[in-house]
Ligand binder design. Structure first.
Ligand code: GAL
Length: 432
């Protein structure tokens, strides 16, 4: 059933736009231009899953890898910083210096297309045949990994970015029904006010810039709807429109409910505030569920979750995938890693620990948590849109420009009109 899901047309547009440039990317899985030894005895895996629940996810995958490949040494190239906030720049320097890791984490969609267009990753279509993966993933997901008929990575999971996590006790203390869903952002403001007035705790926890962009994208989605949000990326929604102004005003108001030390924090800190009952709500991708579980918390007794108000029925999608970089020093080790990533055993172990759902369409829902089963249902029936903060919606340069504008705004570097003007300029400079 999940194969039948409709992703937005945006991905196809990006893929088409990339066709001409894709010719830059050379080699294939069987012909890696490594110049290395091709030795299969080690593999450096570059991710940003360096600590906490994210590392537990990686460890689970490595556990399967070690069992499947007892002779290949796993070298952990993880660079800390949620959403790759530090890793991506470092990776780019390494790729430009012809010093690639053997495989790296890349988001399906626009971000992966950047690597493909730059000729930094090899075609792994042959591996799809060799590992029997052709019919294993949703067709629309594979489309986001494909340029000019060649597939450039193997997906490990599917995450949802538009989720609100909340502390059950703090909601109760605020006179709120923990089971309540908020249909609109305005309804949510009423609840945020109640938390502030009744408990004096932080209504909405937030962290560094990328988490602010994650929040921003979900508010754009709530206020513009899926079609309007998609239009931001394909040019059919005007960034200068009054609808965008209204969404930015909601974003500005939401920021007023957040902790002022946000810029010094990463996502686990903001989510921890909800886990500990120091904040009521946190908007975070569903890797957060793994943090609640790691802390021994149970839903709904300790925490509850819901789509960001105004986004029910829409699944703000992202997928981590693994690549074979051009010039990987240990392509055989990389292929062994990619095989584990694509395997049912690898996907079940990894996703159970990571909070995401398997990209493969043959995993059994009953092997997963209640939250994950709800995510599987949503993914199967919701409208799917692409996450901005997690590389699916816009190329890295555009996404960086939006991050800069957001940070400037939330750190007091301008008013709403200036923020919108910066976003308009970012679109003008980067939209294809
Ligand atoms: C996303 C990534 C997720 C998770 C999150 C927080 O970009 O796709 O797997 O790691 O960042 O770091």
């Amino acid at each position: 059933m999940r194969n039948a899901r409709k992703f937005t047309a945006m991905a196809a547009g990006l893929a088409v736009a990339s066709l001409a440039l894709a010719a830059c990317s050379s080699g294939d899985a069987g012909d890696n231009e490594s110049g290395g030894t091709g030795s299969s005895d080690e593999v450096e895996v570059f991710t940003w899953w360096a600590s906490g629940s994210e590392k537990l996810g990686l460890d689970a995958l490595v556990g399967v890898f070690d069992t499947q490949n007892p002779d290949v040494e796993f070298i952990n190239g993880a660079v800390a910083g949620g959403a790759g906030s530090a890793a991506k720049d470092l990776l780019q320097s390494r790729l430009q210096a012809n010093d690639p890791p053997d495989t790296f984490q890349a988001h399906a969609g626009a971000e992966l297309t950047d690597y493909i267009n730059a000729g930094q990753v090899d075609d792994v279509s042959d591996l799809y045949d060799e590992f029997g993966l052709r019919d294993t993933f949703p067709a629309d997901l594979v489309e986001r990994l494909t340029v000019d008929g060649k597939i450039y990575s193997i997906p490990s999971n599917i995450h949802r970015a538009n989720v609100v996590w909340a502390n059950t006790q703090l909601l109760t203390d605020s006179g709120l029904d923990p089971a309540a869903k908020y249909e609109t952002i305005d309804d949510w403001f009423v609840a945020l006010d109640a938390v502030k007035e009744k408990t004096g705790r932080t209504p909405l926890s937030l962290a560094t810039t990328w988490t602010q962009v994650n929040l921003l994208e979900t508010i754009l989605l709530a206020d513009l709807g899926a079609e309007g949000y998609n239009g931001l990326w394909d040019g059919s929604t005007d960034w200068a429109s009054s609808e965008v102004t209204d969404a930015l005003a909601d974003f500005e108001k939401l920021i007023s409910y957040t902790n002022t030390d946000r810029d010094g924090l990463d996502w686990p800190d903001a989510t921890q505030q909800v886990i500990d009952g120091n904040a009521a709500f946190n908007v975070m991708g569903d890797w957060a569920v793994a943090a609640f579980e790691e802390a021994g918390k149970k839903a709904p007794a300790d925490y509850v979750y819901m789509p960001v108000p105004g986004t029910d029925g829409v699944f703000d999608f992202l997928a981590d995938s693994f690549t074979l970089p051009v010039g990987a020093p240990h392509p055989e080790g990389a292929k062994a890693w990619l095989k584990t990533v694509g395997s049912l055993e690898g996907q079940v172990a990894f996703n159970k620990a990571k909070g995401s759902i398997p990209a493969r369409n043959d995993a059994k829902p009953e092997d997963f948590s209640e939250y994950q089963q709800s995510a599987m249902t949503s993914f199967g029936q919701d409208t799917i849109v692409s996450s901005l903060a997690h590389g699916a919606a816009a190329p890295v340069a555009w996404s960086n420009a939006i991050s800069d504008a957001t940070s400037k705004f939330t750190t007091g570097g301008g008013d709403l009109a200036g923020f919108q003007a910066d976003l308009v300029a970012a679109a003008e400079a980067n939209a294809s």
